[in-house]
Ligand binder design. Sequence first.
Ligand code: ATP
Length: 922
Amino acid sequence: MVVPNQDPGGVPPAEGRSLPEWHTLSPEEVRRELGTGTAGLSAKDAEERLQRYGENVLREEARETRLQVFLRQFASILIVILIIAAVVSFFVGEPQDAAAILIIVVLNAILGFSQEWQAGEAIEALRQMLVQRAVVIRDGKQQEVDASGIVPGDLVVLEMGERVPADISIVEATSLEVDEAPLTGESSPVDKAPGPLPPGTSLAERSNMVFAGTTVVNGRGRGVVVSTGMKTEFGLIAGISQRVRAEATPLSRQMDILGRDIGLIAIGIAALAVAVGLLQQREFLEMFLIGVSLAVAVIPEGLPAVVTLTLAIGIKNMMRRNCLIRRLPASETLGAVSVICTDKTGTLTRNEMAVVRVRTPGSEVAVTGTGYAPEGEFLRDGSAVNPLEDPGLRQFLRAVLLCNHATLASDDENGWRIFGTPTEGALVVAAAKAGLSREGAPEAVREFSFNSTRKRMTIIFRENDGDVAYVKGAPEVLLSRSSRLFLDGSVVPITEDLRDTLRRELGEYASRGLRVLGAAYRPLPAGIEWLPASIGWTAETVEEDLIFLGFAGILDPPRPEAAEAIRLCRSAGIDVIMITGDNPLTASAIAQELGLSSEGAMTGADLEAMGDEELERRLRTTKVLSRVTAEHKLRVIDILSRERAVIAMTGDGVNDAPALKKASIGIAMGIKGTDVAKESSDMVLVDDNFASIVAGVEEGRREYDNIARFTRYLLSTNVGELVAIVGGLLMGLPLILIPVQILWINLITDGLTALALGLEPAEQDVMQRRPRAPDESILTRSAFLVILILGIWLGLLTIYVFSGLYEVDLDRARTMAFTGLIIFELYNVLNFRSFRFPLHQIGFFSNPTLLLAILGSLALQVLVVYVPVLQDFLGTASLTLADWGLLALLGLPVLLAGEAYKILRLRSGREGPDAGETQAPG
Ligand code: ATP
């Protein structure tokens, strides 16, 4: 329910009738009322209803209008000062000055507006990418659709971890529990089951309905959509916005503080200068202009817009690398990550699973075949056997098929596909290879869902001679809950010897990197009434005294690119810790294949036995944590954040939400992640791939470096202007640069080049240096020094150019100073491309946009110097070719000095601790 500005949906009452109270109807009545068959709606019907009822969306709070954004550009002290300056200029008989200042002010507003609007659009586009999906049954086929396309009457499948897409009347439920806190404030999950309720039942007690905006935290179910969009209970109570909020980031806060400080300095300097000037008994008007010039010179007007735009472009780049940023600060924090805690399954491995071996108490077979096609053989000692003739194998395969939600399907376009998790899919495929399917299976009456704490799940079926619980899960857990096993067609007590043998063998599977999943079953006493709430029989009492059936070894090979990404992390000073729910031996085997050391590996149980201090010590070296639950993850973050700053943590399940929120960056899986995990995350990993996290980190580092580059560059310009004006004043010269000229430099010519600096490619060793400290300032001491030195140099150079000419021709002298400063800055911008590497190392042409920006700035300056109208506005006079040549020559040493300094410093092997200067680790 996320697409804005559409008509609300909802079922309008049929002719002359009012809306039924849905909760008072039985499932059959709801179906009849809405015309929903057992095969769901037809595609055609759904299409028609969509036309009639509108999209399933909440109306969005109105976005700021263009006019509002434009007007906001005028709300700054600087602009107010400039407008006053323009008015004063007009009244003292300088209308051209006034007009020029106003034009620049408007130009600034247009520039600020277009950049801010674009950034807004980028965020909007992101929001569109976060559209919710939902599973419906139409034409008898299960399919995934955009939640916005859901219509009243749709038959919807609800699964654990999903956000409920509309208001739905339940027709079928197993252990369905829903978190309704967003709607009712009730904090514990509520049980849901079909069946009519009395009229007047309050919203919080309508246990046969689920509502849009709430989430399924357990079990599964099906239901018929009764209302959509603004007609849902959620829509009725609020015009709740789901937009990605533009939050302040640490960097933007730093920028705000910088802006404020500079603003104060500007006003201080301007006031001081005016006071001194008045004491010298200069004319008030002249002093006023000087004051304004100083204020304008000190403030980097172009900076905020360039920062905003660079961040927006950065988010787009990250998207291209499969990192979908949900909260703006994440794009910055990503560049400072020092520890990545990652899942194994699907993130480091491919999540394309296949059962390759099955061990039952009576025999062991290998399973052949590739992909999800149900074609393959069962081989015992190399020769094919019929699995259905082996009672143990047959019963095992039947159990893993029944206790399973995945389905297998094929079509011409996609070939064989599974719906559901790959682990369960692999088991369905193995059963299908033996010729087993769920067709004609008995009715499921109760489910105890899987979660990573339980590491097992149970579905109870009503079979001919009573209810039978089928359990699947981590084999060591099932073994310890089994008292008997199924051997050669009969049930026998388990001996300690056999238990040990099975444990050893499952250890062997795991040490080969196989994922091992066990199965067991248990016939239950007849006549149990399976209520939704846990009355009488609970998971604990059902899942004991089990009959063990065996286990399957599932191959899930590591992603080839993950090993390279882990290597890159090592060189970048980033620790990678694999945190998995899987078996310790499987985890260590996969870790080793990926080049992660399994030395000092720990399990969740080890973790629990340790005090905080010991854990803190162990976590410094441990790279593999296995059999870990969501609570363990939370504790690990806690301990890690004590000494190491920025932690990225991946997660996918409902239980992972607290850890995702607690980590500096919570990363949810885009493919296998639940809605709950995604909503708790700062970033969604579109392809679930570990390597994409590392790519995002690289992008984050580049972005930060670039912001540092242009901020420093723009500040050096301001210092140059300030030195020129104050120096001139002290030397008793006329005003060297008038306010419009300074504005022109700050906004137009420097703005262009600064923006292009933001596109600088990553430095060659960006992933060979340690992560920056998250609170590092962009203005480090050495950066400050460089800004001062270069700024003073450019300022003095400008005074020099001016002082030789002003007595002859003031306008020409100013034009020379003005053009000179721009040319000097164009040399200087090349200095700021890197703090460490000379141009020949980073490549003179490696940022073509910057070269274009330089040429563009020069072209603009030519216009300003020669076009009469512009001459009037900016107070310029024509220059000769020799003048240009002189300025070009004068500026060259600025660049040469920078280059020489970098070459010498690289030779001597000294590098400072700075963004873009941090040393390689180790
Ligand atoms: P990771 O944490 O790296 O994603 P994982 O998928 O193994 O790895 P969990 O989902 O926490 O982690 O699963 C823990 C264990 O529970 C698994 O190792 C497996 O033994 C068991 N398990 C996983 N999925 C199922 C399932 N659908 N049914 C029953 N047991 C399962």
